[in-house]
Design a protein around this ligand. Structure first.
Ligand code: FES
Length: 145
């Protein structure tokens, strides 16, 4: 359990979410607040991850955030080095909440698209965006096509 008592709901528990299933309730993911971490199977998002070995159905870390009212989900994998972005679980935003930031070397990404806008990631680099849909008070992971 984390020593951060204000955020225990987000620590240590990362459910494995299959495509078509709910990731979490909408209420958990507050606008400009902490993200919700979860795991996805590579087979559910195969068209989005061309750089992994598809002979193995790997589980990959991911997260969903809300920015300007809209939910956005990404693999939790920096485009600079394949490391998770959040130093503290669920904390993905810069202080001014205008960008997603990688805690390792401060690469920053647009929350809406995952496009890298500063830092050491290569020109034009992007986070891997996952398709999600908000319905009936829940956020669902969509099958990647
Ligand atoms: S690993 Fe993210 S900026 Fe280097």
């Amino acid at each position: 359990m984390s020593s951060n008592s204000q955020n225990t709901d987000f620590d240590d528990f990362e459910p494995l979410i299959q495509a078509g299933h709910a990731i979490c309730s909408s209420a958990i993911v507050e606008d400009l607040g902490d993200g919700f971490r979860f795991m996805v199977r590579s087979s559910d998002i195969a068209s989005k991850v061309g750089d992994i070995d598809h002979r193995v159905d790997a589980t990959l870390p991911a997260f969903v955030i809300r920015h300007d009212g809209q939910v956005h989900a990404y693999l939790n994998r920096c485009a600079h080095v394949a490391m998770e972005l959040d130093w503290q679980p669920g904390q993905f935003f810069t202080h001014d909440k205008t960008a997603i930031i990688c805690a390792s070397h401060d690469a920053q990404y647009l929350p809406e698209t995952g496009e890298c806008i500063s830092g050491p990631c290569p020109q034009g680099a992007m986070l891997t965006k996952l398709d999600v849909q908000e319905k009936d008070g829940q956020i669902f992971l969509c099958q990647a096509v």
